[in-house]
Design a binder for this molecule. Structure first.
Ligand code: TEU
Ligand code: CA
Length: 559
């Protein structure tokens, strides 16, 4: 069948290597640490790992600032360690995808160093340099991590270089064919090494409007968002089509685009049969709690039905065009339990399983972020000093600049900080949570006595066991074909209940009550998964308890 693809059948697990497992007790997670935990991952049932950047880097943005695309960052290990991981994973039927960060490099990359050292170097055109205007930067664009996108070039009069993210992440100049050739060569080098593919970082930012003209000011810093002029801009189609043609298309691999800012009308171009990528992440629903994904103080008062509408819109659009990458969490998002379960009393097994069922059975490839499967939560920090993430520090400062108090600013950052999801994985209840014997690079949440993998492994009703059951149901049961390839059909329910069907050879129904009130739903049939011990049954009507989630085989119960 034309539509069958290996990457549709995977269950992906995302690893933030710095925080997964520390094999040599220096307080920093590493590649050997992943290899040591492969049995845990195989037991869970995941079939593919996405590992965040492990390449040589000064770690300003924890590896999203790459100084050498073909080197391994020393605290993560060596190329031999990576080869060993690839082999050991393969032996367990687990594939590996790596993170491809090609919108920008580190300022320590040899290309950028050569560009700075000599105005006549061919590498100058690998980056974006421009002259200032009357002693000011070339324009008023605000970088995503705060401040101007323009950084003065040392020792050169009135010259600036461009960065969409941090000033230590200079953007690569995709207008230059020589740069593009070098990037493709590097990608093919990795794909030839036997990795299964890539998650492609910030890829919608590679085309900049060439007029470099000012945007409307939208903050007290006198700047306006860079996104307007650099995210999914006209002309990007040529770069993305060429990237696909010169690299991914030549391999039996998977390409997962991080593609914020693409309207649904353009999903055909991105994920259609000749699309640039096999699948992309859709952020429309993930940003339900904030107006603007990178300015956390612009919060919304979202309700479950808002999430439902966004999710249904997303699923419908993706179904019309191609395939999607489904997620609740990643290394840029807060913990889903803290974000989506608004009644704190249910930020527990009940809430975690409800969210699991909600996202895991959507049409698309599910991505589980490390710690999600044991119900890890946000960590409230009491001082800005305890944050590591560059964008958290920027959002704190911008909140102050916009007139919020220190307390409010800290609140915003605590709610949305990327450090929420970057705390070390909680392997057990011990002092250092079994992550390391040393003090971890980022503070532990401290709740490892309540939330840890060791306690959940042998517990029949744990969150971890529920995740195992979900994976079993999707990939190893008689419902496999329906859950992977079946259609997505939204159901009419009470506002606070999200209900949908997967319709294939069989029909399954998923109902999730996202409120602390009871709600009735029209459903009958065999219950395959349930986050409560029981369910009230009354003639085709089920009463869902607060945050109850059920997966039902539609129809009469039969053996
Ligand atoms: O993120 C891209 C991106 O658009 C981010 O601005 C995202 O919206 C933001 O982090 C939310 O606060 C990718 C990576 O996932 C992120 O970790 C990197 O910092 C960023 O690119 C730069 O490489
Ligand atoms: Ca280590």
């Amino acid at each position: 069948d034309e539509d069958k693809k290996f990457w549709k059948e995977e269950v992906v697990y995302q690893i933030y290597p710095k925080s997964f497992y520390d094999s040599n007790n220096d307080g920093i997670g590493d590649i050997k640490g992943i290899t040591e935990k492969l049995d845990y991952l195989a037991e869970l049932g995941v079939t593919m790992l996405w590992i965040c950047p492990i390449f040589t880097s000064p770690m300003v943005d924890n590896g999203y600032d790459i100084a050498d695309y073909k080197g391994i960052q020393k605290e993560f290990g060596t190329m031999a360690d990576l080869n060993e991981l690839i082999e050991a994973a393969k032996a367990r039927g687990i594939k590996l995808i790596l993170d491809l960060v090609v919108n920008h490099s580190s300022d320590e990359h040899a290309w950028f160093q050569a560009a700075l050292a000599d105005a006549k170097s061919p590498y100058r055109d690998y980056y974006i340099f421009k002259s200032g205007k009357e002693g000011n930067p070339p324009n008023n664009w605000r970088s995503i991590f705060g401040g101007s996108v323009w950084e003065p070039v040392p020792n050169e009069e009135n010259l600036y270089y461009f960065h969409t993210f941090d000033k230590r992440q200079p953007d690569l100049n995709w207008e230059n064919p020589a740069l593009r050739r070098d990037i493709y060569e590097m990608i093919n080098w990795w794909l030839s090494k036997g990795i299964a593919g890539f998650r492609i970082d910030s890829i919608t930012f590679i085309k900049k409007d060439q007029d470099y003209s000012d945007v409307a000011v939208d903050g007290s810093d006198g700047l306006g968002s860079v996104k307007e002029k650099t995210r999914n801009r006209p002309g990007i189609e040529n770069f993305l089509a060429e990237l696909n043609r010169e690299t991914f298309q030549k391999y039996e691999c998977v390409s997962v685009g991080e593609a914020p800012g693409v309207p649904y009308e353009q999903y055909d171009q991105y994920i259609g049969s000749d699309g640039y990528f096999n699948m992309i992440f859709d952020f429309h629903y993930a940003d339900v709690d904030v107006e603007n994904g990178s300015e956390w103080f612009r919060r919304t008062n979202w309700q479950p039905q808002d999430l439902k509408e966004l999710l249904f819109k997303s699923q419908t659009a993706i179904q019309n065009s191609g395939w999607g990458a489904n997620f609740l969490e990643n290394h840029d998002q807060p913990r889903s339990l803290s974000k989506y379960i608004t009644d704190e009393r249910y930020q527990n097994e009940i809430g975690a399983k409800a969210l699991g069922a909600l996202f895991f059975f959507l049409r698309g490839t599910p991505f589980i972020y490390q710690g999600q499967e044991i119900g890890m939560k946000n960590f409230q920090r009491t001082t800005i000093e305890d944050f590591n993430d560059v964008s958290s520090i920027d959002n704190y400062q911008r909140s102050l600049l916009e007139g919020f108090s220190e307390k409010e600013a800290l609140n915003f950052v605590n709610q949305r900080s990327r450090d929420n999801n970057r705390t070390p994985f909680q392997w057990d209840a011990s002092d250092k949570a079994g992550f390391s014997e040393a003090t971890p690079w980022l503070k532990l949440t401290g709740d490892q006595k309540q939330v840890n993998a060791a306690d959940q492994i042998n517990q029949a009703d744990s969150i971890l066991t529920f995740y195992k059951k979900m994976i079993q149901l999707r990939n190893h049961s008689i419902y496999r074909d329906t859950l992977i390839y079946g259609d997505f059909v939204p159901l009419e329910t009470a506002d606070a209940v999200i209900g949908y069907e997967r319709v294939g050879e069989k029909t399954l129904q998923i109902f999730v009550n996202l409120s602390n009130q009871k709600h009735k739903v029209q459903a009958s049939g065999e219950i395959l998964l349930n986050n409560y011990p029981t369910v009230e049954l009354t003639d085709g009507t089920q009463v869902l308890q607060p945050y109850q989630a059920v997966v039902i085989r539609k129809g009469e119960k039969h053996d």
